[in-house]
Design a protein around this ligand. Sequence first.
Ligand code: ZN
Length: 276
Amino acid sequence: MLLRGKTLRNSITLTGVGIHNGIRNKIKIHPSEERGIYFLIKGVKIPALHKYVVNTCYSTDLGRENQIVRTVEHIMAAFYLLKIDSAVVEIVEGNEIPILGGGAKEFIEAFLSVGTVELEHYQKIFRLAEHKRYQPNGNFVEALPFEKEVFIYEGIFRYLGRQLAVYEGGLESKLIGARTFCFEEDIPNLRKMNLGKGGYHVNTLVINPSGEYLRYREEPTYHKLLDLIGDMALLGGRLQMIIYSFRGGHSTNHGLRQLIKNLLIEVKANKFPALV
Ligand code: ZN
């Protein structure tokens, strides 16, 4: 399977609060013919790649030359889900990707509203040489060689129990709309850590024993699946493999990327494709 490069037809401007910095952030997402997703902040161009990850605590942040772009995982998931492999995300105000509705839905809707165009190049498609598991404790994330893209998240959550969410292609609303979440009892601690300052019910699911804020029972698991997709997209290509996370998070995803980044085999464009 080969896939042409894809970018947006026109630029898009999005403005909104950052989930962690709590201030207004403005971004412009531009079409680009250069293969790859890039973030551009104060003149510094940061490729959306594993080696530029500078933080994985409560968000995935990228940095280069003293510039940091916070919370890139949801927009990265949106690019991945729409198979957009080329774009420049310019940070015009602030230093964080706006949280918008807390998932990938608003990014996807904005991308679809301007449309996409095919590019000359082929997208990077990676296969995996061997099974690898990153297991720092009882939780783990693993990658298994497979001929299709499959992402699986299995979670066990306070008050909600064991849940499973699977992505095998498609834009399920359960997946793209799943909000960032936190537990009600953890909010004071998050505030102490100076995190979650932009958290509101519109963008954040607050989980408590009553479950009153859940839009659907598996919302947190689908959100974790979205984070997993966005984080693994920082490998810089499509992942023809199974990625399975058991209760993992941004730092576990980081550990798995580190383990498999040198085990990826790029599926090359065949100069003489078979006649069919
Ligand atoms: Zn998230």
